[in-house]
Design a protein around this ligand. Structure first.
Ligand SMILES: Nc1nc2c(ncn2[C@@H]2O[C@H](COP(=O)(O)OP(=O)(O)OP(=O)(O)O)[C@@H](O)[C@H]2O)c(=O)[nH]1
Ligand SMILES: [Mg+2]
Length: 329
Protein backbone atom coordinates (compact mmCIF):
# COMPACT_ATOMS: atom_id res chain seq x y z
CA UNK A 1 0.00 0.00 0.00
CA UNK A 2 1.31 3.39 -0.86
CA UNK A 3 2.57 5.22 2.17
CA UNK A 4 0.54 8.42 1.61
CA UNK A 5 -2.49 6.36 2.58
CA UNK A 6 -1.02 6.16 6.02
CA UNK A 7 0.13 9.73 6.43
CA UNK A 8 -3.16 11.42 5.73
CA UNK A 9 -5.62 8.66 6.27
CA UNK A 10 -8.89 10.61 6.41
CA UNK A 11 -8.60 12.27 3.01
CA UNK A 12 -7.27 9.21 1.29
CA UNK A 13 -9.66 6.82 2.93
CA UNK A 14 -12.53 8.84 1.51
CA UNK A 15 -10.94 8.67 -1.96
CA UNK A 16 -10.51 4.97 -1.54
CA UNK A 17 -14.14 4.49 -0.55
CA UNK A 18 -15.40 6.65 -3.41
CA UNK A 19 -13.27 4.81 -5.92
CA UNK A 20 -14.37 1.49 -4.54
CA UNK A 21 -18.06 2.35 -4.63
CA UNK A 22 -17.61 3.51 -8.23
CA UNK A 23 -16.40 0.05 -9.11
CA UNK A 24 -12.87 1.17 -9.86
CA UNK A 25 -10.77 -1.99 -9.78
CA UNK A 26 -7.49 -0.22 -8.98
CA UNK A 27 -9.13 1.10 -5.82
CA UNK A 28 -10.65 -2.30 -5.17
CA UNK A 29 -7.18 -3.86 -5.33
CA UNK A 30 -5.82 -1.19 -2.99
CA UNK A 31 -8.65 -1.73 -0.55
CA UNK A 32 -8.00 -5.49 -0.54
CA UNK A 33 -4.30 -4.93 0.09
CA UNK A 34 -5.26 -2.68 2.99
CA UNK A 35 -7.52 -5.25 4.68
CA UNK A 36 -4.87 -7.94 4.18
CA UNK A 37 -2.24 -5.80 5.89
CA UNK A 38 -1.19 -6.69 9.40
CA UNK A 39 0.21 -3.25 10.32
CA UNK A 40 -1.63 -1.71 13.22
CA UNK A 41 -2.25 1.66 11.48
CA UNK A 42 -3.63 -0.21 8.45
CA UNK A 43 -5.89 -2.21 10.72
CA UNK A 44 -7.55 0.93 11.96
CA UNK A 45 -8.13 2.16 8.43
CA UNK A 46 -9.43 -1.25 7.37
CA UNK A 47 -11.91 -1.32 10.21
CA UNK A 48 -13.26 2.05 9.14
CA UNK A 49 -13.32 1.05 5.50
CA UNK A 50 -15.20 -2.19 6.14
CA UNK A 51 -17.61 -0.37 8.38
CA UNK A 52 -18.49 2.00 5.56
CA UNK A 53 -19.24 -0.71 3.01
CA UNK A 54 -20.84 -3.35 5.19
CA UNK A 55 -24.39 -2.97 3.89
CA UNK A 56 -23.89 -2.98 0.15
CA UNK A 57 -24.36 -6.69 -0.47
CA UNK A 58 -28.06 -7.44 -0.44
CA UNK A 59 -28.27 -8.95 -3.90
CA UNK A 60 -24.90 -10.58 -4.24
CA UNK A 61 -24.32 -14.30 -4.55
CA UNK A 62 -21.30 -16.02 -3.04
CA UNK A 63 -20.38 -19.38 -4.57
CA UNK A 64 -17.71 -21.70 -3.21
CA UNK A 65 -16.10 -24.17 -5.59
CA UNK A 66 -14.08 -27.12 -4.40
CA UNK A 67 -12.70 -30.42 -5.67
CA UNK A 68 -9.43 -32.31 -5.68
CA UNK A 69 -6.38 -30.80 -7.41
CA UNK A 70 -6.72 -31.21 -11.15
CA UNK A 71 -10.48 -31.77 -11.18
CA UNK A 72 -10.82 -28.62 -13.29
CA UNK A 73 -11.85 -25.89 -10.85
CA UNK A 74 -9.94 -23.10 -12.60
CA UNK A 75 -11.05 -24.25 -16.05
CA UNK A 76 -14.63 -24.43 -14.80
CA UNK A 77 -14.44 -20.94 -13.32
CA UNK A 78 -13.17 -19.62 -16.66
CA UNK A 79 -16.14 -21.10 -18.57
CA UNK A 80 -18.69 -20.42 -15.86
CA UNK A 81 -17.41 -16.88 -15.28
CA UNK A 82 -17.50 -16.04 -19.00
CA UNK A 83 -21.06 -17.37 -19.20
CA UNK A 84 -22.03 -15.12 -16.29
CA UNK A 85 -20.42 -12.01 -17.73
CA UNK A 86 -22.20 -12.73 -21.02
CA UNK A 87 -25.43 -12.50 -19.00
CA UNK A 88 -24.35 -9.05 -17.83
CA UNK A 89 -23.12 -10.12 -14.39
CA UNK A 90 -20.00 -8.79 -12.75
CA UNK A 91 -17.90 -11.65 -11.43
CA UNK A 92 -15.13 -11.65 -8.84
CA UNK A 93 -12.93 -14.70 -8.33
CA UNK A 94 -11.04 -15.22 -5.08
CA UNK A 95 -9.28 -18.24 -3.70
CA UNK A 96 -8.58 -19.77 -0.34
CA UNK A 97 -5.58 -22.02 -0.21
CA UNK A 98 -3.56 -23.50 2.55
CA UNK A 99 -0.67 -21.51 1.09
CA UNK A 100 1.99 -24.17 1.46
CA UNK A 101 0.15 -26.33 -1.06
CA UNK A 102 0.27 -23.71 -3.69
CA UNK A 103 3.18 -23.93 -6.08
CA UNK A 104 4.32 -21.16 -8.41
CA UNK A 105 3.46 -23.47 -11.27
CA UNK A 106 -0.18 -23.83 -10.37
CA UNK A 107 -0.59 -20.07 -9.92
CA UNK A 108 0.93 -19.49 -13.34
CA UNK A 109 -1.31 -22.27 -14.65
CA UNK A 110 -4.33 -20.41 -13.36
CA UNK A 111 -3.36 -17.34 -15.36
CA UNK A 112 -3.54 -19.33 -18.56
CA UNK A 113 -6.60 -21.29 -17.47
CA UNK A 114 -8.49 -18.12 -16.67
CA UNK A 115 -7.03 -16.17 -19.53
CA UNK A 116 -10.25 -14.96 -21.14
CA UNK A 117 -11.91 -14.22 -17.84
CA UNK A 118 -8.93 -12.27 -16.57
CA UNK A 119 -9.17 -9.99 -19.61
CA UNK A 120 -12.92 -9.53 -19.22
CA UNK A 121 -13.78 -5.99 -18.03
CA UNK A 122 -16.64 -7.44 -15.98
CA UNK A 123 -14.45 -9.87 -14.10
CA UNK A 124 -11.98 -9.37 -11.30
CA UNK A 125 -9.55 -12.11 -10.31
CA UNK A 126 -7.57 -11.86 -7.11
CA UNK A 127 -5.09 -14.55 -6.12
CA UNK A 128 -5.21 -15.96 -2.63
CA UNK A 129 -4.11 -13.83 0.30
CA UNK A 130 -0.85 -15.11 1.64
CA UNK A 131 -1.30 -15.70 5.32
CA UNK A 132 0.37 -17.71 7.98
CA UNK A 133 -2.84 -19.33 9.17
CA UNK A 134 -5.96 -20.57 7.46
CA UNK A 135 -7.99 -18.57 9.97
CA UNK A 136 -6.18 -15.38 8.97
CA UNK A 137 -6.65 -16.04 5.27
CA UNK A 138 -10.33 -16.80 5.88
CA UNK A 139 -10.80 -13.53 7.71
CA UNK A 140 -9.26 -11.40 4.99
CA UNK A 141 -11.12 -13.33 2.29
CA UNK A 142 -14.41 -12.56 4.04
CA UNK A 143 -13.56 -8.88 4.09
CA UNK A 144 -12.47 -9.08 0.46
CA UNK A 145 -15.91 -10.48 -0.40
CA UNK A 146 -17.50 -7.41 1.20
CA UNK A 147 -15.19 -5.10 -0.74
CA UNK A 148 -15.96 -6.83 -4.06
CA UNK A 149 -19.67 -6.50 -3.35
CA UNK A 150 -19.26 -2.82 -2.52
CA UNK A 151 -17.51 -2.41 -5.86
CA UNK A 152 -20.60 -3.78 -7.60
CA UNK A 153 -19.64 -7.40 -8.22
CA UNK A 154 -22.76 -9.52 -8.04
CA UNK A 155 -21.31 -13.02 -8.17
CA UNK A 156 -18.32 -13.80 -5.98
CA UNK A 157 -16.64 -17.13 -6.67
CA UNK A 158 -14.27 -18.61 -4.13
CA UNK A 159 -12.09 -21.47 -5.29
CA UNK A 160 -10.51 -23.79 -2.78
CA UNK A 161 -8.38 -26.87 -3.21
CA UNK A 162 -10.18 -29.88 -1.84
CA UNK A 163 -7.54 -31.26 0.44
CA UNK A 164 -8.81 -30.77 3.96
CA UNK A 165 -9.86 -27.97 6.25
CA UNK A 166 -10.16 -25.19 3.72
CA UNK A 167 -13.52 -26.51 2.47
CA UNK A 168 -15.16 -25.98 5.83
CA UNK A 169 -13.74 -22.49 5.98
CA UNK A 170 -15.12 -21.67 2.52
CA UNK A 171 -18.47 -23.33 3.21
CA UNK A 172 -18.84 -20.88 6.10
CA UNK A 173 -18.47 -17.84 3.87
CA UNK A 174 -20.62 -18.73 0.86
CA UNK A 175 -24.30 -19.01 -0.01
CA UNK A 176 -23.79 -22.00 -2.29
CA UNK A 177 -21.17 -24.70 -2.25
CA UNK A 178 -20.36 -26.53 -5.46
CA UNK A 179 -18.32 -29.72 -5.47
CA UNK A 180 -16.59 -30.77 -8.66
CA UNK A 181 -15.92 -34.48 -9.01
CA UNK A 182 -14.43 -36.85 -11.52
CA UNK A 183 -15.90 -40.08 -12.83
CA UNK A 184 -14.29 -43.34 -11.90
CA UNK A 185 -12.50 -44.42 -8.83
CA UNK A 186 -15.12 -43.80 -6.16
CA UNK A 187 -15.01 -41.18 -3.43
CA UNK A 188 -12.16 -42.75 -1.48
CA UNK A 189 -9.89 -42.69 -4.47
CA UNK A 190 -10.67 -39.08 -5.15
CA UNK A 191 -9.70 -38.14 -1.64
CA UNK A 192 -13.05 -36.49 -1.11
CA UNK A 193 -14.36 -37.22 2.32
CA UNK A 194 -17.99 -38.01 2.83
CA UNK A 195 -18.27 -34.96 5.07
CA UNK A 196 -17.34 -32.72 2.16
CA UNK A 197 -19.92 -34.34 -0.08
CA UNK A 198 -22.51 -33.69 2.61
CA UNK A 199 -21.54 -30.01 2.68
CA UNK A 200 -22.18 -29.62 -1.05
CA UNK A 201 -25.25 -27.88 -2.44
CA UNK A 202 -24.42 -29.23 -5.87
CA UNK A 203 -22.33 -32.08 -7.21
CA UNK A 204 -21.00 -31.65 -10.70
CA UNK A 205 -19.02 -34.32 -12.48
CA UNK A 206 -16.48 -32.55 -14.65
CA UNK A 207 -14.59 -33.78 -17.71
CA UNK A 208 -17.79 -35.40 -18.99
CA UNK A 209 -16.40 -35.38 -22.50
CA UNK A 210 -14.69 -37.58 -25.09
CA UNK A 211 -13.84 -41.08 -23.84
CA UNK A 212 -14.87 -40.12 -20.36
CA UNK A 213 -18.51 -39.40 -21.08
CA UNK A 214 -19.84 -42.89 -20.44
CA UNK A 215 -18.08 -43.22 -17.08
CA UNK A 216 -19.30 -39.74 -16.14
CA UNK A 217 -22.91 -40.73 -16.82
CA UNK A 218 -22.50 -43.80 -14.64
CA UNK A 219 -20.92 -41.71 -11.88
CA UNK A 220 -23.85 -39.33 -12.05
CA UNK A 221 -26.26 -42.18 -11.27
CA UNK A 222 -24.05 -43.41 -8.43
CA UNK A 223 -23.81 -39.98 -6.84
CA UNK A 224 -27.52 -39.41 -7.24
CA UNK A 225 -28.13 -42.55 -5.20
CA UNK A 226 -25.58 -41.48 -2.62
CA UNK A 227 -27.14 -38.03 -2.25
CA UNK A 228 -30.51 -39.60 -1.36
CA UNK A 229 -28.93 -41.15 1.71
CA UNK A 230 -27.58 -37.87 3.05
CA UNK A 231 -29.33 -36.26 6.00
CA UNK A 232 -31.79 -33.55 4.91
CA UNK A 233 -30.29 -30.05 4.88
CA UNK A 234 -31.69 -26.92 6.46
CA UNK A 235 -32.14 -25.25 3.11
CA UNK A 236 -34.71 -27.96 2.21
CA UNK A 237 -32.74 -28.35 -0.97
CA UNK A 238 -32.38 -31.55 -2.94
CA UNK A 239 -28.74 -31.56 -4.03
CA UNK A 240 -28.55 -31.77 -7.83
CA UNK A 241 -26.01 -34.05 -9.48
CA UNK A 242 -24.97 -32.91 -12.94
CA UNK A 243 -22.44 -33.41 -15.68
CA UNK A 244 -20.23 -30.82 -17.29
CA UNK A 245 -17.16 -30.31 -19.37
CA UNK A 246 -15.36 -27.17 -18.32
CA UNK A 247 -13.15 -27.54 -21.35
CA UNK A 248 -15.87 -28.03 -23.96
CA UNK A 249 -18.22 -25.67 -22.10
CA UNK A 250 -21.11 -28.11 -21.78
CA UNK A 251 -23.36 -28.29 -18.74
CA UNK A 252 -22.23 -24.84 -17.62
CA UNK A 253 -25.46 -22.98 -18.32
CA UNK A 254 -27.45 -25.84 -16.76
CA UNK A 255 -25.47 -25.61 -13.56
CA UNK A 256 -26.22 -21.90 -13.35
CA UNK A 257 -29.93 -22.65 -13.78
CA UNK A 258 -29.75 -24.98 -10.77
CA UNK A 259 -28.05 -22.25 -8.77
CA UNK A 260 -30.76 -19.79 -9.69
CA UNK A 261 -33.36 -22.30 -8.48
CA UNK A 262 -31.52 -22.55 -5.19
CA UNK A 263 -31.36 -18.81 -4.77
CA UNK A 264 -35.02 -18.30 -5.46
CA UNK A 265 -36.02 -21.17 -3.19
CA UNK A 266 -33.83 -20.13 -0.25
CA UNK A 267 -34.67 -16.46 -0.59
CA UNK A 268 -38.34 -17.32 -0.27
CA UNK A 269 -38.01 -19.89 2.53
CA UNK A 270 -35.73 -17.57 4.50
CA UNK A 271 -32.66 -19.81 4.53
CA UNK A 272 -30.56 -17.46 2.40
CA UNK A 273 -30.56 -14.66 4.94
CA UNK A 274 -30.65 -16.98 7.95
CA UNK A 275 -27.48 -18.67 6.68
CA UNK A 276 -25.69 -15.34 6.18
CA UNK A 277 -26.70 -14.25 9.65
CA UNK A 278 -25.34 -17.45 11.20
CA UNK A 279 -22.14 -17.14 9.20
CA UNK A 280 -21.62 -13.59 10.43
CA UNK A 281 -22.13 -14.64 14.06
CA UNK A 282 -19.72 -17.55 13.69
CA UNK A 283 -17.18 -15.23 12.11
CA UNK A 284 -17.60 -12.82 15.02
CA UNK A 285 -16.84 -15.53 17.57
CA UNK A 286 -13.92 -16.85 15.57
CA UNK A 287 -12.43 -13.37 15.59
CA UNK A 288 -12.87 -13.06 19.33
CA UNK A 289 -10.96 -16.31 19.77
CA UNK A 290 -8.23 -15.25 17.37
CA UNK A 291 -7.89 -11.88 19.03
CA UNK A 292 -7.64 -13.35 22.53
CA UNK A 293 -5.02 -15.79 21.34
CA UNK A 294 -2.99 -13.11 19.56
CA UNK A 295 -3.11 -10.74 22.52
CA UNK A 296 -2.10 -13.46 24.92
CA UNK A 297 0.82 -14.91 22.98
CA UNK A 298 2.19 -11.59 21.83
CA UNK A 299 3.04 -10.42 25.35
CA UNK A 300 6.82 -10.71 25.76
CA UNK A 301 6.61 -11.69 29.44
CA UNK A 302 4.17 -14.48 28.60
CA UNK A 303 6.58 -15.97 26.08
CA UNK A 304 9.19 -16.37 28.76
CA UNK A 305 6.81 -17.79 31.31
CA UNK A 306 5.55 -20.31 28.76
CA UNK A 307 9.10 -21.45 28.00
CA UNK A 308 9.77 -22.01 31.69
CA UNK A 309 6.64 -24.06 32.13
CA UNK A 310 7.28 -26.12 29.03
CA UNK A 311 10.45 -27.36 30.69
CA UNK A 312 8.67 -28.11 33.95
CA UNK A 313 5.92 -29.99 32.13
CA UNK A 314 8.40 -32.01 30.07
CA UNK A 315 10.18 -33.15 33.21
CA UNK A 316 6.85 -33.82 34.95
CA UNK A 317 7.57 -31.31 37.67
CA UNK A 318 4.26 -29.50 37.23
CA UNK A 319 0.81 -30.44 35.98
CA UNK A 320 -0.62 -28.84 32.84
CA UNK A 321 -3.51 -27.58 34.91
CA UNK A 322 -1.26 -25.81 37.36
CA UNK A 323 0.94 -24.36 34.62
CA UNK A 324 -2.07 -22.86 32.88
CA UNK A 325 -3.49 -21.49 36.12
CA UNK A 326 -0.19 -19.83 36.89
CA UNK A 327 0.00 -18.21 33.47
CA UNK A 328 -3.42 -16.68 33.89
CA UNK A 329 -2.59 -15.37 37.30
N1 LIG B 1 -10.99 -33.28 -20.81
C1 LIG B 1 -11.16 -32.31 -19.94
N2 LIG B 1 -10.09 -31.76 -19.31
C2 LIG B 1 -10.30 -30.77 -18.41
C3 LIG B 1 -11.60 -30.28 -18.14
N3 LIG B 1 -11.51 -29.32 -17.21
C4 LIG B 1 -10.19 -29.19 -16.91
N4 LIG B 1 -9.46 -30.06 -17.63
C5 LIG B 1 -8.00 -30.20 -17.60
O1 LIG B 1 -7.60 -30.67 -16.33
C6 LIG B 1 -6.37 -30.06 -15.92
C7 LIG B 1 -6.54 -29.38 -14.58
O2 LIG B 1 -7.43 -28.29 -14.69
P1 LIG B 1 -7.48 -27.09 -13.65
O3 LIG B 1 -8.62 -26.22 -14.08
O4 LIG B 1 -6.17 -26.45 -13.49
O5 LIG B 1 -7.82 -27.86 -12.32
P2 LIG B 1 -7.90 -27.29 -10.83
O6 LIG B 1 -8.93 -28.10 -10.15
O7 LIG B 1 -8.09 -25.82 -10.84
O8 LIG B 1 -6.47 -27.64 -10.27
P3 LIG B 1 -5.71 -27.00 -8.99
O9 LIG B 1 -5.92 -25.52 -9.00
O10 LIG B 1 -4.29 -27.41 -9.17
O11 LIG B 1 -6.33 -27.66 -7.77
C8 LIG B 1 -5.99 -29.09 -17.04
O12 LIG B 1 -5.08 -29.71 -17.87
C9 LIG B 1 -7.31 -28.86 -17.76
O13 LIG B 1 -7.13 -28.53 -19.12
C10 LIG B 1 -12.72 -30.87 -18.85
O14 LIG B 1 -13.89 -30.51 -18.68
N5 LIG B 1 -12.40 -31.87 -19.73
MG1 LIG C 1 -7.01 -24.20 -9.88
Amino acid sequence: MDSTFRRTPDIHLQDLIDGLLNGNRVFLSKAITLVESKRSDDRKLSAELIDRVIDSNEDSLRIGITGVPGVGKSTFIESFGKMLTSLGKKVAVLSVDPSSNRTKGSILGDKTRMDELSRDPNAFIRPSASGSSLGGVAHSTRETILLCEAAGFDVIIIETVGVGQSETVVKDMVDYFLLLMLAGGGDELQGIKRGIMEMADHILINKADKDNLKAAKQAKEDYKNAVHLFPPNEAEWVVPVGLCSALEKTGIKESWEEIEKYVSKTRSNGWFSENRKRQALKWFHERIHARLEDDFYSKPEIKEEIKKREKLISSQKISVRKAVDELFN
